[in-house]
Design a protein around this ligand. Structure first.
Ligand SMILES: [Zn+2]
Length: 165
């Protein structure tokens, strides 16, 4: 078995012209929110942290090295592409998801109404049953940048196990 950890943070800003925020997308879901992540790709912090957790478990280069943000091809990229690549590398090593646990930290929007849909999206992308995936949300108690709604943060741990049979 192999364990991996992933972490990501994106600044949240209003859309242009007031800021550089992209549409709010998290776990592949578009949510209605007045601010959105600043990022080179679509800024999906959950998919980035999951991708890094899987790559980390494999001992492979992280998302920033595989998909440099200096590469114009990734401008506004759908982050599912990054996770699909990490999943392909996992599968080619004969490994599958044992379980994955994600904690999303943001003041708004509330995560719990969307957690189940995010779990399903991750299960589909990772090629596993949804009961192996857990997504939960927390606030930052109104303190610091995350608590003031200026950033979103995600922590992920994942366990990979050999495919049996
Ligand atoms: Zn990111």
């Amino acid at each position: 078995m192999r364990i991996g950890h992933g972490y990501d943070l994106h600044r949240l800003e209003p859309p242009p012209p007031d800021g550089d925020g992209r549409p709010f997308i998290l776990g592949g879901l578009a949510l209605d929110h007045p601010t959105g992540p600043v990022g080179h790709s679509d800024g999906d912090a959950l998919l980035h942290a999951v991708t890094d957790a899987v790559l980390g478990a494999l001992g492979e280069p992280d998302i920033g090295r595989l998909f440099p943000d200096t590469d114009p091809r990734h401008d506004g990229e759908d982050s599912r592409v990054f996770l699909e690549e990490a999943t392909r590398r996992m599968t080619s090593r004969g490994l599958a998801i044992g379980n994955l646990d994600a904690t999303i930290i943001c003041e708004k929007p509330r995560i719990s109404p969307h957690a189940e849909a995010m779990e399903q999206q991750l299960a589909d992308l990772l090629g596993c049953e949804v009961d192996r995936i857990n997504v939960k949300g927390k606030t930052h108690e109104k303190v610091d940048a995350v608590g003031e709604g200026r950033a979103i943060e995600v922590h992920v741990v994942v366990l990979l196990e050999p495919v049996t049979g």
